[in-house]
Design a protein around this ligand. Structure first.
Ligand code: ADE
Ligand code: ZN
Length: 332
């Protein structure tokens, strides 16, 4: 079987992609010129999460108007359609924009317009997930949550990203409890190889009771956590290409071991404009490094749909389409 063609055409679900991390250099330069702002161009060479974030946030200054946010999300969704993505759950970082004077409605208005247009014109379904920046205060996160409430219908859940060091889940327990009571689903970054990774994953699961974990592969070090994640059917949204940039390797061995032990592992792209791989490239990189079979690649996509935040009717239709694709490809 031609694995590249098989993965490329497989109907795919992406659960971990930061819209601001899809800002490709060409669009960045065009928006910066249009807005008359000086923006440092990302140079790469990241060695960890902190050094990546130091290039990531300054580049966002190119995003100013509602049209800018629309164009960013639209460019991602066009790319996603070209990779046979049928459903995407999209992180966005409002505080990275409101903190420099861009109003919340400008950000979400642009993103929402792209989501609606993608459903109509590309046949790609997408939902937005609001991420709080964990290196800012819990009060700032709470006021951002309050600002988001009028837009509840446009936001499926909340997440937590940015620099994990010194910013454990407990800091945001009250914010996440309030988000849950407002009807949002909950996820949280538990980044790779952080100081206190295991304690933070346990807190996210036991204290905050998240529905999903972004990254989280460090559970391999703790069999009890693996059991807990498996028993609860918690999805891990793994991003192998990103892992290879912010740590020494892509953690293919760990991701594959968790997949093979029955954990609902999924594969996504994180910040593809910075790490150079969209979802197809992430799946292929993992397949090559961990010798995944076509059936395991289908399982990753089955997991993604099962732990997605889609309405059941939509999820079941996409699961049926995935099974039909897999059956057809195997007998072809
Ligand atoms: N923001 C964008 N990508 C991120 C990641 N992988 N971890 C934490 N914060 C992020
Ligand atoms: Zn991420």
């Amino acid at each position: 079987m031609d694995l590249t063609a098989f993965v490329a055409a497989m109907p795919k679900t992406e659960l971990h992609v930061h819209l601001e991390g899809t800002l490709e250099r060409e669009l960045l330069v065009r928006l910066a010129e249009r807005n008359g702002v000086q923006v440092p161009l990302p140079e790469g060479g990241f060695t960890d999460l902190t050094s990546f974030l130091a290039q990531y946030y300054p580049a966002m200054r190119a995003l100013v108007t509602e049209d800018d946010f629309f164009e960013l999300a639209w460019a991602y969704l066009v790319k996603a359609a070209s990779q046979s993505v049928v459903h995407a759950e999209l992180f966005f970082d409002p505080q990275a924009h409101t903190g420099r004077g861009v109003p919340f409605p400008t950000v979400i208005g642009g993103y929402r317009r792209a989501v609606v247009k993608a459903q109509r014109e590309l046949g790609v379904h997408a939902d937005l997930i609001l991420c709080f920046l964990r290196d800012l205060t819990a009060e700032h996160a709470m006021s951002t949550l309050m600002e988001a409430l009028p837009y509840k219908d446009w936001i499926v859940g909340v997440g937590l990203d940015s620099d994990e060091r010194g910013n454990p889940p407990a800091k945001f327990a009250a914010v996440f409890a309030r988000a849950r009571s407002e009807g949002f689903l909950l996820t949280m970054h538990c980044d790779i190889d952080q100081p206190g990774s295991i304690d933070n994953i346990r807190a996210a699961l036991v204290d905050v009771e998240v529905d999903r974990i972004d990254h989280g592969t460090n559970i391999v070090e703790d069999p009890e956590l693996v059991d807990l994640v498996r028993e609860r059917g918690i999805g891990l949204t793994c991003c192998p290409v990103s892992n290879g940039f912010v740590t020494a390797d892509m953690k293919a061995v760990e991701i594959a071991a968790l997949l093979r032990s029955g954990v609902k592992v999924t594969v996504s792209s994180d910040d593809p404009a910075y790490f150079g791989g969209y979802v197809t490239e992430n799946l292929l990189a993992l397949a090559t490094a961990a010798d995944l079979t076509p059936e395991e690649l289908v399982q990753l996509q089955r997991n993604a749909l099962e732990v997605s935040w889609l309405a059941p009717f939509r999820r079941d239709a996409l699961l049926a389409a995935l099974e039909a694709y897999a059956a057809g490809a195997v007998t072809a």
